[in-house]
Design a protein. Structure first.
Length: 382
């Protein structure tokens, strides 16, 4: 196997885990994705136009991998990112950690999607909240509000969780889809209760260690900082550039471990995760296919269980199969998986460095997904 300096495919690293509830994908190292080389110019141009300080695009298709990084890790750090560089994954936390753990809990019979949240989390209280189910949390149809500035409303993490659990509903459960960090925080608590551990430790022992995802974790250690991309100058309360700790203020207030944000990871690790989940979906293993299927809750919503599905104007672009699934992260990250084409597309950027007032990532996500599809189209027809 050969590895080119900037592009190419890399065999999966697999770490054994004696009590791992997941099995890593079989290493796939055949073929070449040199046909994706034009992506390098596209990403170079986008970074040059300040869509982000730096970024990495990574693709897995039919046993081959393509990885390319460009730009810099921070405005004051000229090191070029690559497949091993670590990014704040933001809301990819919801699917890679929280949703995957929920899926495992369902497969193990510890969690029922259609049971009330209160069955697992009694402190989730308030008028009408006895009707909120786990499925509602996963489809963002619980009736909970989208967001709340916990760092201004509560004195510490424990009181912040109590605050979230006592939030009143804005709508009747199941009536409306509102993308909700609050719901994801509650789901993280549910997962911790039913699986018996803290979210970060559960994710490490059940997902990252078994799959050999050695560059993915909550609360990265200081030794990782030289390869972590910087994010924003936090004007809320930290009053400094954030690097090596979670960008999201709510997650930071909760100690860096929460169901909605807090995870850090590399492009190589996300390809590994995507390939593993792709294999489970295509082989119909466990409940994976159900989790990535659009739930129509409420009718017309694009949401699967935790995951999103393609829609006009979404980061999936215009050419992925309708059965694809994916998610984005506020810091400039995205992951899309197309089971019908054996395809995983990862884009990691720090578009919030040094400020979140940067809307250029949305068209870049769409352009990357569409360009990948067009470049692979001749081979896909064979």
């Amino acid at each position: 196997m050969t590895i080119r300096p900037k592009l190419g495919w890399v065999a999966l690293g697999v770490v054994a885990c004696a009590h791992a509830p997941v099995q890593p994908p079989v290493p796939r190292t055949t073929g070449s994705l040199a046909r994706l080389d034009p992506l390098t110019t596209m990403l170079d141009s986008a970074i040059g136009a300040r869509a982000a300080t730096g970024g990495v695009v990574a693709v897995s298709w039919r046993g081959s991998r393509f990885i390319y990084g460009t730009g810099r890790l921070a405005l004051d750090d000229p090191r070029r990112p690559d497949g091993h560089s670590v990014y704040d994954l933001a809301s990819l936390t919801k699917v890679i950690a929280t949703t995957t753990l929920a899926m495992q809990a369902v497969e193990e019979g510890r969690l029922d999607l259609d049971q009330p949240v209160q069955r697992y989390l009694p402190q989730f209280r308030g008028p009408g909240k006895e009707r909120v189910t786990v499925r509602h949390l996963l489809t963002h149809s619980s009736g909970l509000r989208a967001d709340s500035p916990l760092w201004r409303q509560t004195p510490n993490a424990d009181s912040a969780l109590r605050f979230v659990n006592h939030l009143p509903l804005d709508t009747v459960p199941g009536a409306r889809m509102v993308y909700s960090d609050m719901g994801a925080i509650v789901l993280g608590e549910v997962v911790e209760r039913v699986l018996g551990g803290r979210l970060d430790r559960l994710a490490q022992s059940r997902i990252f260690a078994p799959l050999g995802m050695t560059s993915t974790r909550f609360r990265p250690p200081p030794s990782w900082i030289p390869r972590i991309a910087a994010t924003e100058y936090d004007t809320a309360w930290r009053k400094r550039i954030v690097r090596g700790e979670v960008h999201d203020e709510k997650s930071a207030w909760l100690g860096g471990v929460a169901g909605h944000a807090g995870l850090f990871g590399s492009a190589l690790d996300l390809l590994t995760f995507g390939e593993w989940l792709l294999g489970r979906v295509t082989s119909n293993a466990g409940r994976a296919a159900e989790f990535v299927r659009r739930q129509e809750l409420p009718p017309g919503s694009t949401r699967a269980l935790g995951w999103d599905t393609p829609a006009p104007g979404s980061s999936a672009g215009t050419l992925l199969d309708p059965g694809s699934f994916g998610h984005t992260g506020f810091t400039g990250t995205s992951l899309w998986i197309d089971p019908s084409r054996d395809l995983v597309i990862v884009l990691l950027t720090n578009r919030v460095n040094p400020t979140r007032n940067n809307p250029r990532i949305s068209p870049l996500r769409i352009a990357i997904a569409d360009r990948v599809m067009r470049l692979l189209a001749p081979e896909m027809r064979r």
